[in-house]
Structures are given as structure tokens and as C-alpha cells.
Design a protein around this ligand. Structure first.
Ligand code: FNR
Length: 342
């Protein structure tokens, strides 16, 4: 099976997977404030962290690497949505296009459609510093995502089996490129230990890519008939992973993603310390099933709902929202107790 056929399988199975429960987010509760002393028109959704300035705290997370005409069409449509809604957008893995110049058009279209937007390049952790430079130049990227996908690789018959020296390669990339390097998971979450290890090699942005949404173990197991089904429930739920990352020894710029589909969970993710929230599968499903206009309408609704939630909490800015008090109960509370995180 070619790389682009495999990637198309991923899209098909990701869509079939349907929406998931936002597991640990249900354990997180806001505290109602009767006197927020604020108007909806006071709320601002723009937010800056590190070298990144975003006009919305939500962004379109990496999807559709692999190349080919289908990748081109999806990337083009996502880029139009990103431009019209003012969202940052990460592209899917560019490795195929780094290795084969004839595939570059499938990514270049993203910058072409959105000349002034924040666009994030993407490669796997097998990438070298030179490959990272090519991926960045291909789309004039404002940041680079390096994805970690040990479980996905293990569940793929043709996947990698050797995960040594990943940190060394990431360190080489952070030292070479002059834009923010965001190390991301793809739906299995990051522990405090993983975030600490990344910070020690100079990484200052992580997208914890938590468990609860698109599940690449399930997707790969469907393709190979469930033989590694124990990985289907493997991973750190997004809300818990955000708290783990926040407890890291060095303060990091944290991004949250994994199974987020509602304004309430976006608000909870930001209140847990995320600076931005990535959405992949949910946006892709709307785009493929209902088109560009439907996705733009959904983003508008999410922005409006987020403004209402922030108003109810008296939070004028995303920085204010990051400071509101929260009550944490259930499995999440027990997890944090055992991990000694408060
Ligand atoms: C992805 N994701 C992904 N991530 C990455 O870093 N590089 C990639 O090439 C891809 N490809 C990809 C294809 C498809 C079809 C989907 C649905 C997802 C992972 C994505 O960025 C995200 O981390 C996970 O999907 C979890 O977020 P959601 O989907 O639960 O919002």
C-alpha cells in the first residue's frame, strides 16, 4: 500500500471513529460567579505566547500528510477556512514532500491560499535538522511541529520499531531552526516526565495531544483486524495530560488537543493552562461531510460560545481564563493524588 493510500485510510477510519467522550474534562468544573462585572463585548480571544501571536485560541491541528490530489484538496479547503476564520493551521506530515519534490504542491497550496496567516509545518521525530529546514521553507512556516507517535507506529505492521535517539534528533532541530518548535503527541497524551525530558533538550512548546479523540491505535487495529487491541485504551486523557505538563519542572508553553469538540472543553483546556487548543478530527469531519461554509459556521459558533463562557467567568482575556479557579473530581482527582501533583 502506498503512503498516500495509507493516509487516505487514516482519514476514512478517523471519520468512521465518530465523536468520543471527553473523558477527564467531565471531572473539571468551573465555579459560577454571579457578579462577573464584564460585558460580552469586553472579551478578547486573541492571545500571544512565546513568539506566537494568535487571533483565536483554537487552531486547525495537523492532518493529511502523504501527498496526492486528495491531500491537496483537503489542505486547500482547510487553508481557506483558516484564512477566513483567522485561525492558525498546522499541516500534516510533510515527510513525503520533503523526500519527493513532486509532492510539494500539496503543501505549498496552504501558504498560497493564506499568505498572511500563522502556518505550522509538521514532521515526525525521525526527521533530521536539514529535513526540518526544507519543510519550513516549503510553506514559509511560522512554527514547526514534530510529532511523537510511538503507539501508532507499533500498531502499524509497516511501522517503526526503533525509538532510540529521538531526543537527540529533536535537540538538533531546536538548535538549528529559528522558529518555535512544538513537540506534539497524536492522541496518547504526554506525561510530566516526557515534558521534562523535552525541556532539558531545549524544547519550550508542547502540544500534549491527549487521549479521548482521534485514536490511531483503533484506526490501525481496524486496518489489521484488531490484533493489538490492548493499545485501543492506551494513553493519558487530554485534561489530565494538560495538568501533567503544567507540573513540569520548567514552565513550558503548553498547547492542548485530543478529542476537543466543544467551547466548554476549549475553555476548560485553557483554564488548565493551555495557551491554544488544537482541533483535528472534529473539523475534518465537518469539512468532508458538510463543506467549507459549514466549518466556518461551526468555528463562528464556537468563538461566540467561548466568549459567553468567558463572560460568565469574568475573564476578559485568555490570560484571565488561565487563572480562574477549578474544581477537579473523580478519576482525574485520584490520578493527580497518586502522581503527587496538586
Ligand atoms: C492526524 N494527526 C496528525 N498529526 C501529526 O502530527 N501529523 C500528521 O500527519 C497527522 N495526520 C493526521 C491525519 C488525520 C486524518 C487525523 C484525524 C489526525 C493527529 C492530529 O493532529 C491530532 O493530534 C489527533 O488527531 C488528536 O486530535 P483530535 O483529532 O482528537 O482533535
Amino acid at each position: 500500500m502506498s503512503r498516500s493510500e495509507r493516509k487516505w485510510d487514516h482519514i476514512r477510519f478517523a471519520l468512521e471513529n465518530g465523536e468520543k467522550h471527553t473523558i477527564a474534562f467531565d471531572d473539571i468544573k468551573f465555579i459560577h460567579q454571579s457578579l462577573p462585572n464584564i460585558s460580552v463585548s469586553d472579551v478578547r480571544l486573541d492571545h500571544s505566547f512565546g513568539e506566537l501571536s494568535l487571533s483565536s485560541p483554537i487552531f486547525i491541528n495537523a492532518m493529511t500528510g502523504g501527498g496526492g490530489e486528495k491531500t491537496y484538496q483537503i489542505n486547500k479547503q482547510l487553508a481557506i477556512v483558516a484564512r477566513e476564520a483567522g485561525l492558525a493551521m498546522a499541516v500534516g506530515s510533510q515527510m513525503a514532500a520533503v523526500k519527493d519534490r513532486s509532492e510539494q504542491f500539496t503543501f505549498e497550496v496552504v501558504r498560497h491560499e493564506n499568505p498572511n496567516g500563522v502556518i505550522i509545518a509538521n514532521l515526525g521525530s525521525e526527521a533530521t535538522a536539514d529535513q526540518a529546514k526544507v519543510a519550513i521553507e516549503m510553506i514559509g512556516a511560522n512554527a514547526l511541529q514534530i510529532h511523537l507517535n510511538v503507539i501508532q507506529e507499533l500498531t502499524m505492521p509497516e511501522g517503526d520499531r526503533d525509538f532510540s535517539n529521538t531526543l537527540k534528533r529533536i535537540e538538533a532541530i531546536t538548535k538549528t531552526v529559528n522558529i518555535p518548535v512544538i513537540v506534539k503527541e497524536v492522541g496518547f497524551g504526554m506525561s510530566k516526565e516526557s515534558v521534562d525530558a523535552l525541556s532539558k533538550v531545549g524544547v519550550s512548546f508542547v502540544d500534549i495531544g491527549g487521549f479521548g479523540g482521534t485514536n490511531f491505535a483503533e484506526i490501525e487495529n481496524k486496518r489489521r483486524r484488531e490484533s493489538l487491541s490492548f493499545f485501543n485504551q492506551w494513553g493519558i486523557p487530554t485534561a489530565i495530560s494538560l495538568i501533567e505538563a503544567k507540573a513540569a519542572l520548567t514552565e513550558m508553553f503548553i498547547i492542548g488537543s485530543g478529542g476537543i469538540t466543544t467551547a466548554l472543553d476549549i475553555a476548560k483546556g485553557l483554564a488548565l493552562g493551555a495557551n491554544a487548543i488544537g482541533i483535528a478530527g472534529y473539523f475534518l469531519r465537518i469539512l468532508i461531510e458538510n463543506g467549507v461554509d459549514a466549518l466556518l459556521e461551526e468555528i463562528k459558533t464556537i468563538h461566540e460560545e467561548l466568549s459567553f463562557i468567558m463572560t460568565a467567568l469574568g475573564a476578559r482575556t485568555i490570560a484571565d481564563l488561565q487563572k480562574v479557579p477549578l474544581i477537579i473530581s473523580g478519576e482525574t482527582y485520584h490520578w493527580l493524588q497518586q502522581r503527587g501533583i496538586d
